[in-house]
Design a binder for this molecule. Structure first.
Ligand code: AMP
Ligand code: ZN
Length: 132
């Protein structure tokens, strides 16, 4: 399979690595949204969150917490977004599961957000019946 993040995670393609263990590599994003924008890559391929094994999912969030704390200490950031896209429509461009750690600074140029809608009674009941 020709997956660039497999090659990066496994060290076949060089990357600016911030952290590595037997399951993950954390690298700097080549097109950062802000200073310090990093990506958490599992070494074992999973295309997205749905395919990610439970054990890797658990470890990924613990690692995200560790990296986020380190960034909060080491960078002069005032916040941090943890972002994870699944599917092209949701903005996924590399189809190997990854989590973005995006440090946030006052007056940075990071655009993220949505227009808040209104949860109607009807939709709420529908969703509770489908998803609960
Ligand atoms: P996503 O849109 O969630 O799939 O995110 C993919 C991210 O990977 C983007 O932020 C890209 O800038 C980043 N990216 C793509 N290729 C590389 C690479 N070779 N090294 C580091 N980051 C990359
Ligand atoms: Zn891969």
């Amino acid at each position: 399979m020709d997956c660039i993040f497999c090659k990066i995670a496994q060290g076949e393609i060089p990357s600016a690595t911030l952290y590595e263990d037997e399951d993950f590599r954390v690298i700097l994003d080549v097109n950062p949204a802000s200073k310090g924008h990093a990506l958490i890559l599992p070494k074992a391929h999973a295309s997205n969150l749905y395919e990610l094994p439970d054990e890797a999912a658990s470890k990924a969030l613990v690692l995200a917490k560790k990296m986020a704390s380190k960034m909060a200490d080491a960078l002069d950031c005032e916040g941090l977004n943890l972002v994870q896209n699944n599917g092209e429509l949701a903005g996924q461009t590399v189809f190997h599961f990854h989590m973005h750690l995006i440090p946030r600074y006052k007056d940075d140029d990071v655009k993220m957000g949505w227009k808040p809608g209104k949860l109607t009674e009807e939709t709420k009941e529908e969703l509770l019946s489908i998803l609960r």
